[in-house]
Design a binder for this molecule. Sequence first.
Ligand code: CTP
Ligand code: K
Ligand code: MG
Length: 181
Amino acid sequence: MTLLETLVIAFWAMLPAYVPNNAAVLAGGGRPIDGGRTWGDKRVLGDGKTWRGTAAGIVAGLALAGILSLFAGDVESAIGVDVPEFTPLAALGLAAGAMLGDILASFLKRRTGRQRGAMFPGLDQLDFVVVSLPLAAVLDFAWFTDVFTWEVILVVVILTPILHVSTNMIAYKLGLKNEPW
Ligand code: CTP
Ligand code: K
Ligand code: MG
């Protein structure tokens, strides 16, 4: 596989894990998941993790996986790269794993005394990869090993922070996000 093919497959395969965060930003609000509860003198998760945002993120990731699967054949004929279709379980692992990773990151941020919106370099950019890939592997191991070769995983680990920083910068400039990270 050429580097370009690996890049295309990595981006394609990760889209159902990338889009939930952005959908959550657009749809967020309402009741926080932690219900306002604190642990010690700090919130468990904080007001930035809501039921609505989380549900919207998972639904958006699943919907995108469905749409991509419909077009995988067309994309292959058009550009000659064998982009994968998503099984329902793989899609669920990627989308729900992305949201879960983001929630666990907020839990860690609160425990380390960071207020809502504070940055945590490294964690902010890779939290969703760290949970979405293992969860997809647990839910559909055959699909996962077929798509996520070591080359693809390496590209994901390098590409994701770059995409994360740039999309959040755009969302911030557009006034959709309070901070550029
Ligand atoms: N959001 C949400 N539910 C989620 C994730 C995000 O409602 N599960 C929405 C919230 O409105 C949140 C915004 O998306 O403020 C930006 O997400 P993020 O940067 O992850 O949250 P922060 O507000 O920065 O909070 P934290 O410090 O906990 O990451
Ligand atoms: K985050
Ligand atoms: Mg944030």
